[in-house]
Design a protein around this ligand. Structure first.
Ligand SMILES: Nc1ncnc2c1ncn2[C@@H]1O[C@H](COP(=O)(O)OP(=O)(O)OP(=O)(O)O)[C@@H](O)[C@H]1O
Ligand SMILES: [Mg+2]
Length: 283
């Protein structure tokens, strides 16, 4: 097993209160496989993935416990210096809004070159390698685009650049946290296709975080459904999608937009049912 997370708990302390954001989450990820973490806003999806490389506030503001074994080594025990060897190189992230990942004052090419310089000492010609990466993520006329600033690119192209930067480090695991939420539907399909191709070609494992079950179908091997800091259901994605067992998963599956149906509003979720199931399970 490449990654094994056991009983992960994350709590945020403020002067007046404490938020139990993640309340004992366990999952595993095999090499080359994709795990989708699905759940509504605030359920703890992002903080779960960020805990892996400690992209969270320091203790005591944020307390993390449990285990996250990468090749058998517990990431939660590593020092800041050791984590620098994991961030990017072993686990890389692509976030929702490409503009926040890119620096507006530098060309996209120079930002890929910087990632190469920082993470790779085997590259002879970083510029050439950066152009090759731009080509790899499907940017046409890559040599010319190298000198573009982020604002000269569309949202979809920027997200491709962010993915190129992630690939520059040759990570074992790519965490894609709502990678297409800021993009329109046709571009969403293209980015998901790109991620699928890269997974094949590079043998990467992917953790896909989304609140949209629609993009999970046919993309993820396994699904973990999160609700209020817990995984309420998990299993092979085909099985979870075709016969969801938990009331919350059933509600999410009903929310999958059908082709040709314009979605202005999400179907109403009956939370009393879900809560009853959760109270029955955890008290
Ligand atoms: N830095 C922080 N300080 C305090 N609380 C935080 C912090 N980051 C996250 N939280 C809290 O942790 C909980 C889980 O947040 P998280 O961002 O993981 O949700 P999410 O499932 O990714 O939601 P979304 O779909 O909106 O991205 C939320 O209640 C959030 O308010
Ligand atoms: Mg999130």
């Amino acid at each position: 097993m490449l990654l094994e997370v056991r009983d992960l708990k994350i709590g945020f302390n403020s002067r007046r209160s404490r938020v139990e954001a993640v309340r004992g989450v366990s999952f595993s990820l095999e090499k080359g496989k994709t795990l989708a973490i699905v759940g509504e806003s605030g359920s703890g999806k992002s903080v779960t993935s960020m805990a892996l490389t400690r992209l969270l506030p320091p203790s005591p503001r944020c307390e993390v416990s449990g285990e996250a074994l990468l090749d058998g080594r517990n990431l939660l025990d590593l020092s800041e210096r050791q984590l620098c060897q994991v961030r990017g190189k072993r686990i890389a992230y692509v976030f929702q809004e490409p503009s926040t990942s890119l620096n507006p004052y530098f060309t996209v090419g120079s930002q890929i070159v910087e990632a190469l310089r920082f993470h790779r000492d085997d590259i002879q010609d970083p510029r050439q390698e950066a152009i090759a990466l731009l080509e790899k993520v499907g940017i046409r006329e890559a040599a010319r685009r190298f000198d573009d600033y982020p604002h000269q690119m569309s949202g979809g192209m920027k997200q491709r650049v962010v993915i190129a930067i992630a690939l520059a480090c040759q990570p074992d695991i790519l965490v894609a946290d709502e990678p297409t939420t800021a993009l329109d539907v046709t571009i969403e399909a293209q980015i998901m296709e790109l991620l699928g191709e890269l997974r094949e070609r590079e043998g990467m494992s992917i953790i896909l975080i989304t609140h949209n079950f629609g993009i999970v179908d046919g993309f993820a091997d396994e699904v973990a459904v999160m609700y209020r800091g817990r995984i309420v259901e998990n299993g092979p994605s085909g099985k979870v999608l075709s016969s969801p067992e938990h009331a919350y998963t059933q509600a999410l599956v009903r929310c999958i937009p059908q082709i040709g149906m314009k979605r202005d509003r999400l179907p109403v979720v009956d939370y009393s049912l879900i809560e009853a199931e959760e109270v029955a399970a955890h008290g």
